[in-house]
Design a protein around this ligand. Structure first.
Ligand SMILES: [Zn+2]
Length: 348
């Protein structure tokens, strides 16, 4: 179509934890041109994720994608790992609509991509691109993307119906960079915040003035939070820099922050930017006024009916409960933390 919208994907990888939510929410605390709240996608690994928070994330209209159970190579691409995350989402968080996959370390193979299609996934978002490409179907294999990925070039894929949302690299001071560009040159010696903002903006402007391929802000939110002495440097200024970029980018006409699922809905039936706001998948999704505590249904949030509320966190124990093949789960199981957390739920 002519004059397509400019999409921005604000995406997060790895576990959903309470300490990461403030920085994630700050990036998404904005509205699209039709006045509806912006939504993001979190490619979630099971290990260390809090299913209660996962429920709230999806209840607020955001998307949760599959990022395996353990995030450990090479097993994370197996059927058990991929399916185990979806089982966890359904049975621990009550989330039934996990339709996208990002393989940990983007360590996909021909076989694992084909497996996604057989499992009924809607899209994969693991392939890296240095070209500003729109999402494409994998019906006829990949399209010449060989950058730093297992070579599928020229391979025929049996993945009919599966979409690929390529992760488009940002060109930074150190060359192409896929995620967490604010950590260039290194985590401990990053580029200044002003340079983070200007680098993101100059890359974005090339998308916006060019073919308007979706622009990705791909992050591990742990790098955007406060310092964790001894392991994680202070990310406060990095977060401010990314927020400044989003502020400036969103001042342009026809710029929308969407989930990957919303992007796929658009790809199935593209419309000019002027018509996007009236599409069903772009209608306002306001979060329910309270936390919910008995899961989601296909049609939305179910009413809260657990007297006194209740939630639990299961970390390492999930791995056992997800029917992973026993040999591997034994080696990753380091503790059996299970705590009740009634105070976090505000059900009547
Ligand atoms: Zn990851």
């Amino acid at each position: 179509v002519s004059n397509p919208p400019q999409f921005i994907l604000v995406q997060f990888d790895d576990s959903i934890q309470a300490s990461l939510l403030p920085q994630v929410r700050s990036l998404l605390n904005r509205r699209n041109p039709n006045g509806c709240p912006a939504k993001g996608t979190w490619y979630t690994q099971v290990l260390y994720s809090d299913p209660f928070l996962a429920t709230q994330w999806v209840a607020q209209g955001h998307e949760m994608g599959d990022h395996s159970v353990t995030h450990s190579p090479p097993f994370a691409g197996s059927f058990e790992e991929v399916d185990g995350m979806r089982r966890w989402a359904r049975e621990f968080a009550g989330v039934t609509r996990v339709t996208g996959m990002r393989f940990p370390f983007r360590a996909y193979t021909k076989e694992s991509i084909e497996m996604l299609a057989r499992m009924g996934f809607e899209y994969d978002s693991s392939m890296s691109s240095v070209h500003r490409m729109w999402p494409f179907t994998l019906d006829h294999g990949t399209v010449l993307e060989c950058f730093n990925t297992p070579s599928l070039c020229g391979e025929r894929l049996d993945a009919r119906g599966l979409w690929e949302i390529p992760m488009i690299n940002t060109r930074g001071p150190q060359g192409y960079h896929l995620m967490d560009i604010f950590n260039d040159y290194s985590i401990t010696n990053p580029i200044p915040p002003e340079q983070v903002t200007s680098t993101l903006l100059s890359n974005f402007n090339e998308h916006y003035a060019g073919n308007r391929a979706p622009f990705g802000v791909f992050t591990h939110p742990v790098w955007l939070g406060p310092e964790i002495p001894g392991s994680i440097p202070d990310g406060t200024r990095k977060l401010a820099a990314v927020n400044e970029f989003l502020d400036q980018a969103m001042r342009n006409p026809d710029v929308w922050i969407v989930t990957a699922q919303q992007l796929i809905a658009y790809m199935r039936n593209p419309v000019p930017a002027s018509q996007l706001g009236s599409q069903s998948y772009m209608q306002c999704y306001e979060a329910p006024p309270t936390n919910i505590c008995n899961g989601m249904s296909e049609t939305g949030v179910q009413s809260c009916n657990l007297p006194g509320g209740g939630s639990f966190r299961v970390f390492e124990t999930d791995v056992d409960l997800l029917w992973l093949s026993s040999g591997y789960s034994q080696s990753t199981k380091s503790s059996t933390t299970k705590t009740t957390r009634d105070d976090a739920v505000s059900c009547p």
